[in-house]
Design a protein around this ligand. Structure first.
Ligand code: LLP
Length: 438
């Protein structure tokens, strides 16, 4: 399904050999497949078509403007969580009314920018933020549309760091408090809207990745109950944003297809007179990208075999931060086809290897005890499922310039972000500008 495949032991991205890209653009290198990205977007769209939802691709997972532009042209809206992401969305040609601005803490400046850009929805996460938004909207004489993020207290059964919909996380407002927020800020039919934030929506996002549709059913069920109560009290509720969190293939096969999530979600939401918003990120971008990296050295220490590569936790922090699994295999492995895109089990001819980066921390690893074939300095490795939360979480730790990004369409490869230079690393320090009192 994804356009990264081995043919006679060589990895191809669409109609382009991965090794050619590494030679042409250097490593470490993020490689994206245009067809895979758009196919995953189309699948979400087709699966939920009956609801005619607004799909707001979540920029935080993969933010390259050139990729955002492709999605915008496909009709996608965007979920942004900062002024910087809003800036990107606009540069990519996004239609502002198809943008949702979310996040647990927004500055006055960010809210002002969002209101001036006339984004479609502001997702509000606390009473204090409702206060802040009302104040800024009044000063600008605007009536923005808002949705209250509620915490449905549902366990998405994912990593604790990316669990958001359980009680006592920092996100949203508990279901029981939501009614009080609407009492204070909600709108009743026929009420004068002048000078008011139009709080007419609810927002949910329970976690990421959620490899089971059932927690969605539970959280949407709870949100619908709340909507019935609120409507019963005369409040206008016209929007339900169900957030993101759909899974992707890291091991292979673990994520339900978009259609399986839809089978559970669509029946709940049809005929509810609600504008439905979805905020998928990972399920669209994760399998549309890989990270190419070259072996710098191999060595042994005690019983462990280390493969030291030129990518690191800077390029992909997920193994270090969440103990996440990413399939890794040589991009060119003559006579040695990948065992499978699955959890790599010990296998004849393979040696358990720690794939590590050059960063000065023991936490800097891409894989631990991973069965891999014999490797030599200069060999090229592919780290799969690196389209989401890889480049967007990249850092310059140890003063390492961030890697380049390449977008492949068939046999064409286009540099969509150049590799950073040493000058890029120090520019903001050498030109601190007036604010720093220089
Ligand atoms: N909407 C909201 C409000 C979110 O907080 C997120 C992700 C999304 C949508 C998109 O979720 P997705 O469809 O991509 O699962 N860095 C972590 C993931 C953090 C997710 C943060 N929020 C990782 O690498 O696994």
């Amino acid at each position: 399904m994804d356009r990264f495949e081995y043919r006679d032991g060589r990895l191809w991205c669409e109609e382009t050999p991965a090794a050619t890209l590494a030679e042409r653009f250097g490593t470490p290198l993020y490689v994206y497949s245009q067809d895979t990205l758009l196919t995953h977007y189309d699948r979400v769209q087709a699966a939920f078509a009956e609801l005619d939802p607004l799909i707001c691709y979540s920029i935080k997972c993969c933010q390259n403007i050139h990729l955002l532009r492709l999605l915008a042209q496909r009709g996608s809206g965007f979920d942004v969580v900062s002024g910087g992401e809003l800036h990107r969305a606009r540069l990519a040609g996004a239609e502002p009314s198809r943008i949702v601005f979310a996040g647990v803490g927004k500055t006055d400046q960010e809210l002002t920018e969002a209101l001036q850009a006339a984004v479609g929805w502001l997702n509000v996460e606390s009473e204090s933020e409702m206060e802040q938004l009302s104040r800024i909207a009044e000063a600008l004489d605007l009536q923005p549309r808002a949705a209250l993020r509620v915490n449905p207290d549902v366990d998405p059964k994912t990593h604790v760091y990316t669990t958001t919909g359980k009680r006592e996380t920092k996100f949203g407002v508990d279901l029981e408090r939501a009614a009080a927020v609407f009492q204070r800020y909600g709108l009743r039919a026929g009420q004068n809207m002048r000078g008011r934030v139009r709080l007419t929506g609810l927002h949910l996002h329970i976690g990421s990745p959620v490899n089971d549709p059932q927690p969605y059913a539970e959280s949407i069920g709870r949100a619908l109950e709340l909507i019935r109560t609120l409507r019963g009290s005369g409040f206008m509720i016209d929007t339900l944003d169900v957030g993101g969190g759909f899974g992707a293939f890291y091991v292979g096969g673990e994520a339900p297809a978009a259609s399986e999530y839809a089978r559970v979600i669509v029946p709940l939401l049809k005929d509810q007179s609600l504008r439905v918003i979805l905020e998928p990120g990972r399920s669209i971008a994760a399998n549309a990208g890989i990270l190419l990296t070259r072996v710098l050295h191999t060595k042994s220490s005690g019983a462990r075999r280390f493969v030291i590569v030129d990518a690191s936790m800077n390029e992909l922090i997920r193994p270090a931060l969440y103990d996440a699994y990413h399939f890794i295999w040589p991009a060119e492995a003559a006579g040695c086809s990948p065992v499978s895109r699955g959890v790599q089990q010990p296998h004849a001819g393979l040696t358990p290897s720690d794939v590590v980066g050059p960063i000065c921390e023991s936490g800097d690893f891409l894989a631990k005890a991973r069965p891999l074939p014999g490797l030599r300095r200069g060999d090229l490795l592919a780290v799969f499922t690196a389209g989401a939360y890889a480049m967007t979480m990249a850092s310059q730790y140890n003063s390492r310039p961030r890697a380049a990004e390449v977008l492949v369409a068939g046999a064409e490869a286009r540099l969509v972000r150049r590799r950073e230079t040493y000058d890029d690393l120090v520019r903001a320090e050498l030109e601190p500008g007036a604010e720093a009192g220089a």
